[in-house]
Ligand binder design. Structure first.
Ligand SMILES: [Zn+2]
Length: 401
C-alpha cells in the first residue's frame, strides 16, 4: 500500500484520553455542554486498537503517545509501549501532581512536578517531556486559591529546570505554554529566551501554535515562523496546519528538519469540521484560509460536549501534506513525516540512508554534522548499505563550499 513517506510518525497521539468524565462535577459540565476535557478528571479509555487500525490504513508506522488531560497517567502510556513496542513510544509529565491538585488533595507545586518527571525518566520508559511540560497545564495553577499569574522570569526559571532534565536524559521537551492563559508575556518571547538559555535542549512547540493567530491571522503566523526559523534547537509540530502555513514556513526560513507531523489524535473533545459550520465567534473571519478546522467541542454551539465517535485526524492531516507535495521535495517531506521525529525521539527505522543528510539547504552550515542523519544503533537493518567512509573525503575545491 502506498504511504505518504518512507517512515511516518504521528508525534502527537492520545489513545487513553477521555470518553467520559470521572467525576460528578464533570458530568454536570457535560450536561451543560461546557465540558472542555481540561479541568476535571477523566475516565481513561484504551483506544489503542482503533488507533492501530487507523495507523495501518493510513500508513503511519509509529506514534508518540502524550499523556495530557488529567486522569491519563504516565504509567498507562508506558504499558502501551510495552505491549506494542514496534508501534508506540511515550512521553511523560507531572500527571499525578496534577491529578492530586484537581482532586483537591494537594496544591500543585513545580518542585513536586519536576520531581515526578525526573522519577519517570529514570525508568527509561519515556522519550520526552510533555504534552504539557510541568507548569504549562494551566487550570490547576490558575484556579482560585492557586498561585495565579505566572510571570515571565519565573517561567524562564521553570524552563531552565525542565530543560535541565531534558538534557540530562537526552530527550526533547514539549512547550505548550499557550495554555498558560493569564500571562502578560508572549509565547514567542518565551521560546526565544528558553532556546537561548538552554542551547543543548531540544524544544518542541506543540501544535506549532501561534499567538494572536485568531486576531492577526497570517501576519502573526509569518512573524512567529520567521523567528523560529532562526532558532536551531526549536521544532514545531505541524498538526492542524493548512497548506498556507507550510508555504509561509518555508518562505521565511523554517527548514524541514525543524518540523514534525502530528495532530491531536484521540483528543476526544475535538471535532474536525468545515468552516461553514459557523459559530466560531471572532475566529471565523481571521481563520478563513482554512477550509476545515479542528477545535475543542466547546468551540461549537449546540454540539455534544463529548463526541461519540473518533474524528479522523489522519485522513485530514495527510491530505494537507499531499498538497504540500506539489511544491516541496519528497526528501523534505520525509523529514517532516518521520525523520525529524526519528532523530529527536531516537526511533528505530528500517534502513540507513532513508533521510536527507549533508544538504546545506536543510542543515545550513551544519550540513557536515548531519551525516549520517541517524546513528547505527537506530537502524534495524544496517547491512552494509552505508556509503564507505572514503566517499566522504572531499577535494580541496569541495571543502570551500
Ligand atoms: Zn494534545
Amino acid at each position: 500500500m502506498r504511504s505518504i513517506a518512507r517512515f511516518v510518525v504521528d508525534t502527537h497521539c492520545h489513545i487513553t484520553t477521555l470518553y467520559q468524565p470521572a467525576t460528578e462535577e464533570g458530568w454536570e459540565k457535560v450536561e451543560q455542554c461546557e465540558w472542555s476535557g481540561l479541568e476535571y478528571e477523566l475516565e481513561p479509555f484504551d483506544n489503542s486498537f482503533l488507533t492501530m487500525y487507523d495507523m495501518e490504513r493510513y500508513g503511519v508506522d509509529m506514534a508518540v503517545l502524550l499523556p495530557s488531560i488529567p486522569g491519563t497517567t504516565n504509567e498507562s502510556q508506558a504499558k502501551l509501549v510495552k505491549r506494542f513496542s514496534n508501534k508506540f513510544r511515550a512521553c511523560c509529565s507531572d500527571q499525578m501532581t496534577i491529578l492530586k491538585a484537581i482532586r483537591g488533595e494537594e496544591q500543585w507545586a513545580f518542585k513536586a512536578a519536576i520531581q515526578e518527571v525526573d522519577e519517570a525518566l529514570k525508568t527509561g520508559h519515556f522519550v520526552g517531556i510533555g504534552e504539557f511540560a510541568p507548569g504549562s497545564s494551566a487550570y490547576h495553577r490558575q484556579l482560585p486559591g492557586a498561585e495565579g499569574k505566572v510571570d515571565f522570569d519565573k517561567r524562564v526559571d521553570e524552563w531552565a529546570a525542565i530543560c535541565e532534565l531534558g538534557v540530562k536524559y537526552d530527550v526533547p521537551v514539549l512547550c505548550h505554554d499557550q495554555f498558560i492563559f493569564e500571562r502578560d508575556w508572549k509565547l514567542i518571547d518565551m521560546l526565544v529566551k528558553i532556546s537561548e538559555m538552554n542551547p543543548d535542549a531540544k524544544i518542541i512547540q506543540t501544535h506549532g501554535a501561534v499567538e494572536d493567530e485568531g486576531i492577526r491571522g497570517m501576519d502573526a503566523i509569518r512573524d512567529m515562523y520567521e523567528i523560529v526559523g532562526t532558532l536551531d534547537n526549536v521544532y514545531m509540530e505541524t498538526g492542524g496546519w493548512s497548506e498556507k502555513q507550510f508555504e509561509i514556513a518555508f518562505e521565511v526560513g523554517v527548514t524541514a528538519n525543524q518540523l514534525m507531523w502530528g495532530h491531536d489524535y484521540g483528543n476526544v473533545p475535538q471535532h474536525i469540521v468545515r468552516k461553514t459550520i459557523g459559530k466560531f465567534g471572532p475566529m471565523k473571519k481571521e481563520l478563513e484560509y482554512r477550509n476545515t478546522m479542528s477545535l475543542m467541542t466547546f468551540g461549537y454551539k449546540n454540539f455534544p460536549a463529548v463526541p461519540t465517535y473518533q474524528p479522523d485526524f489522519y485522513g485530514w492531516g495527510l491530505r494537507t501534506v499531499d498538497r504540500v507535495g506539489d511544491w516541496l521535495t519528497q526528501d523534505e517531506i520525509n523529514l517532516i513525516m518521520g525523520g525529524t521525529a526519528a532523530k529527536l525521539y531516537k526511533l528505530p527505522v528500517p534502513y540507513p540512508r532513508m533521510f536527507p543528510e549533508g544538504r546545506p539547504d536543510i542543515f545550513g552550515d551544519k550540513w557536515r554534522e548531519s551525516i549520517p542523519y541517524l546513528p547505527d544503533d537506530q537502524i534495524q537493518h544496517p547491512e552494509n548499505v552505508r556509503m564507505s567512509q572514503s566517499s566522504f573525503e572531499f577535494t580541496k575545491e569541495e571543502k570551500k563550499i
